[in-house]
Each structure stands twice: as C-alpha cells, then as structure tokens.
Design a protein around this ligand. Structure first.
Ligand code: ZN
Length: 478
C-alpha cells in the first residue's frame, strides 16, 4: 500500500485559538446559515426533510439539556444488512445512563399510541431540564418582541377566510378560550392567543418531574402552553413575521426558533406514525479515538497570548483596547480545552467505516439526513459540505447556526479506512483554510493594520512554524 501523503494543517491548538477569537467576538457566518436552508429546499418529495425532522426529535429526546450534551441520530443500514438501524452518538462518550435512556425511549415508543403518552412517560422524566430551559428562553424572546408583535397585530388584516384557515387546527383551543362560542373577529383571537401564550410561558414550571403522580398534571400544563404556541406557529399571522427575516441573529428569527423549539416535542408523532419501533435495531456510534491524545488538552488562556501583541499596538484605539481587555473575562487562563469530534462528524465517519462506500452512495435517498439536538456549528457545516463535495455524498443536517466553538476537534486521531482518508483530509483542509480566512477578514478589518495582519499569515506552514508541537501539523492517520 503506498504511503498516504503528508498534509499540512494548523495544529489543533492553532485552530482552537482561532476559533476562540471568533467565539469571543460573537462571530457567526451568515453563509453557513443560508447554505443549510437551501439544502433543505432542494428536496423533491420531502422524504429526507421528514426524516431529518424525525431524527432531530430522536436526538432531542436523548439529550438531557446539560451543557455540552449534544446528540446526533441517523437511520442507516450498517454491517451489510438491508434493514435500517437507528444509530445515535454524542459529542462526548456515551455513558451507561445514555444507553439505558435509549432502551427506555424505544420501550416507551412501542407502548405509546400518541405523542402525549411519550411526553408523559418518558420526556418529563428524562428531559425536564431541557423543556424548562426552552420555555424560559421562549419567554425571554417573547418579552423582547411582544411590543413589536402587538404593533404588527394592530395593523394586521387577516385573510378573508374561515377561522380554521386563519388559525389552522385551533377548534379545541377556541372551545376553551370562548367556551364553545367563537371570537368576535380573528384579530381579537390573535390578541387573546398572544397574551395567553406569553402568560402561560411565564407561569410554566414542571413539578417533581421524576414522580408518576405528577406526570399527568405536568403534561396538562405543557399542553396548555403548547396549544397556544402551536396556534401562533401555524397561524396566517406567522407568515407576516417570516416575511422581513434577513439574518438569523434577528430577534424575530430568534423568537420563531424558540417558538418552534417549545412545540418540537409534538413531532414525536412522526416517530409513532412512520417507524416500526418493535423491529428497528439501535446502535451507538463509537470511533476508535475521539479525544485528541497529544496536544488535545491545553489552556484556553493561550488565546490571550495571541491577542496581547495586538493590544500593545492598538494603544491609540480605545474601543479596540476595551474589546481586547474583555477577553480576560471570557477566557479564564485556567480553563482547559478538550476538543472533541462533534456528533454529526462522528456519525458520518462511523457510518462510512461500517458500510462499503458503494452501499452508501447507492442509498435511495437523495439527501442523507442526520438529526441533531442542536443546529450544527460553523466548522461542522463547512466540514460536511466539503466532505460531500469530495466524496459525492449528500449528508445533511436540519441547519446551522454558523457559530464557532473552540472545542471543535479535527478528526485526525480516528482510524480510517483508505476509502475514507482522502475525503476526511480534504474536509479538514477546507475547514482550516476557511477559518483562517474568516479570522483574517473579520479581525483584520475590525482591528488590525497591515503589519498586524502578518500575525495571521496566509500559509499554515508559517502559522505553525513557531509552535513547539510541530508534529501535530501532520494529519496523523493510521
Ligand atoms: Zn459542530
């Protein structure tokens, strides 16, 4: 077998430092956000669209809500079997609790006939923290935007259509709100629903989630909120909100995202309707190594040392100095970075190592969906796009928030078959290149002079020349 070519990468530490700076400066990439949206609209029959929504819900149900607990899920036939397997993995190693949770989840799905059963018997016990967090964020967004919503509602002209079209599937809600009657006009209903939804979000609290006696009351409380939130979500008024959206950072966009997240549990219905859980096998995706063994653990404080030379040269620029000084608040020098391979990348590598490349590309689906409990980060979205390009695959997730994470790891410690090596290497090349480019453009235009730009050289060979750990510049694949 011919030796694999040596590639030049920045070290993991250099990449993490660069990501740290972007993360500190609240960078997000609008291109990454847009790229995912367009991918989703390319589907002819909505097949993978539905699958990715179902898989997003699986990932959500298997996530506790703790910081850093991100889950990915995919349906794929592995080990030369024809039948789909539900494959799941996490950013971190799966614990025995994670494994028990998956078993319990499957049992609950088999025993349930409606999503509300799964919510009462599984979600409340395992995801209470996550629900509480979602409702809290939704409430915050609602407070930020409610004046704007009221202004829009005031000038809103509802379509000349029956109430069932202005507020689809709202008959039960109308019965509760108007005691069997109907609202005076659609605008009255809109105001009522907005006000009551905000109130329900404000009052929402889960009481003793682990106990069976309180489960039904907790479900009822969630349903009270869900009916109102879902009514807004599918209303004709919502189209008015979606119209002016330009960036994902917009507070309206944030409100819509959080509204969707509060309602997302009802999508468990998709899992009950379209999949046979009695025969669906499950498996955890594990890779031979997921934490960088050498140079994979380092102090986040090193990012400060990269900024210090800039600070000394920016003495005349007060705004820049203040911005730089704030870094010490964000980066505790004692913080240790332990970059890990993100769940969606782990999933792709796992499936490719367990399936022959032909079987993967013969898949009948035009897009290969991966569900995630969180939208993908900038590095994952660049990596997936580059991997797809190199391998002619069509992996997709439901979206990206375009943000950087300095704990994002290169996958260069994983044992890879030859058929996969070039594609992973190509994807890494492009991630490294794009992040460097973004940093030069972003930091350079805001803060740097021409000389200072030399601190972020064009070539990564130069960038890592002064580092002690030069061995990690190579892609150490086995
Ligand atoms: Zn990621």
């Amino acid at each position: 077998m011919p030796p694999r070519p040596t590639r030049k990468y920045p070290s993991q530490e250099t990449l993490s430092r660069r990501l740290s700076i972007l993360e500190f400066k609240d960078y997000f990439d609008p291109a990454a956000v847009r790229s995912n949206i367009s991918e989703r609209t390319h589907e002819p029959d909505g097949g993978s669209h539905r699958a990715v929504r179902a898989l997003d819900v699986v990932a959500l149900c298997l996530t506790s809500g703790e910081q850093g607990d991100v889950t990915a899920a995919a349906f794929y036939p592995i080990d030369s079997k024809k039948q789909n397997t539900l494959i799941v993995c996490k950013n971190r190693e799966a614990t025995p609790q994670d494994r028990l949770r998956l078993i319990d989840f499957k049992k609950t799905l088999i025993a349930s006939s409606a999503w509300t059963d799964v919510f009462r018997d599984f979600i409340l016990r395992h995801c209470a923290e996550n629900i509480t967090k979602r409702v809290k964020l939704f409430k915050e967004s609602f407070s930020q935007i409610h004046k704007q919503l009221e202004d829009m509602a005031n000038t809103y002209t509802p379509p000349q259509a029956p109430l069932d079209q202005v507020f689809p599937r709202s008959d039960k809600l109308r019965e509760t709100l108007y005691k069997g009657g109907e609202p005076a006009d659609p605008r009255v209903m809109l105001f009522d629903v907005l006000r009551k939804c905000r109130q329900a979000a404000g009052e929402f609290a889960i009481d003793r989630p682990e106990e069976r006696e309180t489960a039904q009351q907790n479900l009822d409380k969630y349903l009270d909120l869900w009916k109102l939130a879902d009514c807004i979500r599918v209303s004709a008024f919502m189209e008015l909100l979606l119209l002016p959206l330009s960036t994902s950072d917009d507070i309206v966009a944030k409100f819509i995202r959080r509204l969707n997240k509060v309602c997302q549990y009802a999508r468990i219905e998709l899992l009950l309707k379209h999949y046979d859980w009695t025969t669906l096998p499950t498996c955890w995706a594990t890779l031979s190594s997921t934490v960088m063994p050498q140079g994979g653990k380092f102090s986040r404080g090193t990012a400060n040392s990269m900024l210090e030379p800039l600070m000394s040269k920016q003495k005349s620029n007060l705004a820049a100095i203040n911005m730089m000084k704030n870094t010490s608040k964000v980066w505790n020098p004692r913080d240790i970075l332990r970059p890990t391979i993100h769940a969606e990348i782990k999933m792709i590598i796992f499936i490719h190592t367990r399936t022959s490349p032909k079987a993967v590309s013969d898949s009948p689906s035009p897009q290969l969906p991966i569900g995630c409990s969180k939208r993908s980060c900038i590095c994952c979205s660049i990596w997936i796009a580059a991997f797809n390009e190199s391998s002619e695959m069509a992996w997709m997730t439901s979206g990206s928030h375009g943000k950087p994470y300095d704990q994002w790891a290169f996958a260069n410690t994983v044992k890879l078959p030859d058929s996969l090596y070039e594609h992973v290497a190509a994807a890494q090349d492009i991630v490294a290149d794009r992040i460097r480019g973004i940093l030069v453009k972003f930091v350079g235009s805001a803060l740097l002079t021409e000389q200072e730009l030399q601190l972020f050289p064009e070539s990564d060979e130069d960038a890592s020349a002064g580092e002690s750990d030069t061995s990690s510049n190579k892609l150490d694949l086995y």
